[in-house]
Ligand binder design. Structure first.
Ligand SMILES: [Zn+2]
Length: 262
């Protein structure tokens, strides 16, 4: 093995090593690898923050929005107003909220978290998620990530939704159950599928682990994921959670598509 190969092998293991670094050790680690903005690469003051340019480019979502899916509205509406899609076909979840509109900039943040080179950014994203969905977090009894199929988990080594759920659970009183749901079918990538095709793609893909069924009765679950595209995945997870006894299901994601939902 050449010196370069040795360095590459070390660099490949770095993300996992970084997540294992304790808070106490972080200061000295930062001296070796100073924190960089995950979007621009600019060195910044605090671990996991964003450079000013990146901050300005991101499109933060806020009220007014659809009372169910969180789709932003251009005009003020009365409380409880639904978007046309939710009004015509109400999703199985009660409320979904996201921090950013999904565009090239927020996509870059999500991909860097998902593909492992900036897993250290998860607690910062979780902080923004907590602010964007304070009411959902406050009312949650149980918090759980949308799961990956085990084959995908082996390939990726971690579930990005679980990385976000962990710090979110520390910000509220909800019980964290990382393996509440399991993905029993390895669905093909949903990349360019329409809303209807996505719904078919995820139908029957999730199950509540039987050992947790009793703990769901009458409780409000908060699902965590990285991106809301059409809501098909969150809707299917919510459907199985309700069928297993959950009283209500909310969802929180880093980003959401704000254009037509197929
Ligand atoms: Zn809606």
């Amino acid at each position: 093995m050449t010196e370069r190969d040795t360095f590459r092998a070390w660099a490949a293991r770095l993300p996992a090593a970084m997540s294992a670094v304790s808070e106490a050790g972080r200061a000295s680690f930062d001296l070796i690898l100073p924190p960089r903005c995950p979007e621009t690469g600019v060195i910044i003051a605090g671990p996991g923050g964003l450079a000013a340019d990146a901050w300005r480019r991101l499109h933060f979502l806020s009220d007014p929005c659809c009372a169910c899916c969180g789709l932003p509205f251009d005009v003020d509406v009365t409380s409880g107003t639904l978007c046309a899609a939710c009004d015509a076909d109400h999703p199985a979840f009660d409320r979904a909220r996201s921090v950013f509109a999904y565009d090239a900039h927020s996509k870059s943040l999500v991909l860097r978290l998902k593909h492992g080179d900036r897993t250290d950014f998860a607690p910062i994203l979780a902080g923004w998620m907590a602010r964007a969905a304070a009411a959902l977090l406050e009312e949650a009894d149980v918090i759980a990530p949308v799961p990956l199929h085990r084959m995908r988990l082996i390939r990726r080594r971690f579930n990005q939704a679980a990385l976000l759920a962990r710090p979110l659970a520390r910000l509220c009183d909800a019980e964290q159950i990382p393996d509440l749901l399991q993905r029993v079918r390895n669905t093909p990538s949903q990349g360019h599928l329409s809303k209807l095709a996505r719904r078919r793609n995820v139908a029957g893909a999730f199950q509540v682990r039987p050992k947790y069924r009793a703990r769901l009765k009458g409780r409000r679950v908060l699902l965590v994921d990285d991106v809301f595209t059409t809501g098909a995945t969150l809707g299917e997870c919510a459907r199985v959670l309700r069928r297993a006894g959950a009283d209500a299901v909310d969802a929180i994601t880093v980003a959401r598509v704000v254009g037509p939902r197929g």
